[in-house]
Design a protein around this ligand. Sequence first.
Ligand SMILES: CC(C)(COP(=O)(O)OP(=O)(O)OC[C@H]1O[C@@H](n2cnc3c(N)ncnc32)[C@H](O)[C@@H]1OP(=O)(O)O)[C@@H](O)C(=O)NCCC(=O)NCCS
Length: 183
Amino acid sequence: MRIEFDDKESPFFKLEQLSSEMFLHGFFCSVAEYNDYLIYNALRSRQDNIALTWVLRKRGTDDIAAYMSLVADAIKLSVAEKELHNLNYPFKTIPAMKIAKLAVSQPFQQVYHGIGSFMIKAAHHTARMCSNDYFSVRFLTVDADVEHNKNVLSFYKKNGFIINNELQNKNRKTISMRLDLYS
Ligand SMILES: CC(C)(COP(=O)(O)OP(=O)(O)OC[C@H]1O[C@@H](n2cnc3c(N)ncnc32)[C@H](O)[C@@H]1OP(=O)(O)O)[C@@H](O)C(=O)NCCC(=O)NCCS
């Protein structure tokens, strides 16, 4: 079954901030590091104001289908990259919001198509709300984890992200990408 993001309520899922009442040990995705992060580090990161985690849970059972952690970010763009987005400014650094972690539960992935994309659209929506009402954010960013998931670039490209040429990590464990929230 394909699920689609709609900024109103989904009939199947609910997106909520991570809380200490949630049962996290049942979450299982293909990368152990991402399971451990949710179980052992996500709440602490929230308490320390380092990252805010959002959890997608199935209505009725409360099983966790996916989570993402969001943080404030800023990206450096070259002159050519700025031109691509019609950003005619003398400075290189542009405000952004980063998806610092994103993972979909394997059992849910087998039943539903589009959960990862749903989470990206939810992050997009959150960034736009911040930008409209609180502070400006131009891009949604991600460090695509090609070390654990070598084809993950195509997932992000399908969701509208492009590669940041200015900001490439030399060790290539991750690839920095951006999505223009206003293009
Ligand atoms: C990467 C991940 C978030 C994708 O979630 P998902 O729910 O499977 O993604 P979607 O169903 O929304 O997929 C959207 C499209 O991207 C494609 N896609 C998804 N994951 C992909 C991957 N790893 N490689 C290539 N293509 C992928 C899908 O086939 C789909 O294409 P289609 O619409 O043409 O059929 C999920 O596989 C995951 O949690 N992986 C483990 C953790 C991880 O790697 N997180 C990313 C860290 S940067």
